[in-house]
Design a binder for this molecule. Structure first.
Ligand SMILES: [Fe+2]
Length: 262
């Protein structure tokens, strides 16, 4: 059921660098394609709606900001405990060892009967796990939309709207800066909250993510992204008098050292 694009996301060199010591774990879990147990049927409605929304965004049949609102509503409409059981998240993350302050990652599997006839195209679901003081390091995305539901632990979430690109930096306007606990959900697209940075405040802080890639461009952004549609930025740079942040582009290693170093 995996499409070529997702393979690109998982197996690119940049991805391997991002995952660091967690890479072997990721591949082990992903290749196992662990099936969820239980699957209470009311969650099938949630999964079908998720697939429909993602398909509409991928086809250009829905504006990304509308998708963001709809996905956030959808994720809030189900009990986190039911969603965790449906996707078998506790079992998926049991093997997480949190060897670094970067994320451990595993891919839950949606049952085939909730997917459209052609299967899943240009979107994915994924669980990220972090130990206390681990981080999803600050980055922006090109032509992508995603939503992140906290299913365990707590995060300090900082997001920015991406105002414009410079030659070697992005200009950001602060949007969200607060803690997110279990049940809270954030989302992003080129149009809203494009920069995201999540700092785990507790051990076993987990998000359930959905991402749609190759979304039609919403802004005239010029900076190229890596194979994962990501550009790492120094979002913690000083706020300017005009209320904006000029965040220099960083390579992965520099960004990881600054925001997820030991
Ligand atoms: Fe992201």
């Amino acid at each position: 059921m995996r499409d070529d694009h997702e393979d690109g996301v998982l197996h690119s060199p940049a991805r391997r660098r991002l995952l660091g010591a967690s890479t072997a774990l990721l591949f082990a879990l992903s290749s196992a394609r662990i099936w969820a147990g239980g699957r209470p049927s009311p969650l099938d409605r949630w999964a079908r709606e998720l697939a429909e929304l993602n398909d509409r965004l991928a086809r250009g049949a829905m504006p990304a900001t509308e998708w963001q609102d709809a996905i956030e509503r959808l994720d809030r409409s189900v009990a986190v405990s039911d969603l965790v059981a449906y996707l078998d998240i506790d079992r998926l993350v049991h093997a997480f060892r949190y060897p670094t302050r970067l994320a451990d990652v595993a891919d839950p599997v949606l049952p085939p009967h909730v997917l459209p006839p052609g299967g899943r195209h240009r979107w994915f679901v994924r669980v990220f796990g972090l130990r206390r003081h681990g981080a999803i390091i600050p980055h922006v995305h090109n032509r992508m939309a995603s939503a992140h539901l906290v299913v365990s632990g707590e995060f300090h979430v900082r997001t920015h709207d991406r105002v414009r690109d410079l030659v070697d930096a992005v200009v950001l306007r602060p949007s969200i800066d607060r803690s997110f606990a279990r049940g809270d959900v954030l989302s992003m697209s080129e149009a809203r909250d494009n920069q995201h940075w999540l700092h785990a405040l507790r051990d076993r802080s987990l998000t359930f993510d959905v991402g749609v890639v190759d979304v039609a461009p919403m802004r005239d952004f010029r900076l190229p992204a890596n194979d994962n549609h990501m550009i790492f930025v120094d979002a913690g740079a000083k706020l300017q008098p005009d209320g904006l942040v000029v965040a220099p582009v960083m390579d992965f290693e520099s960004c990881a050292a600054r925001y997820a170093g030991t």
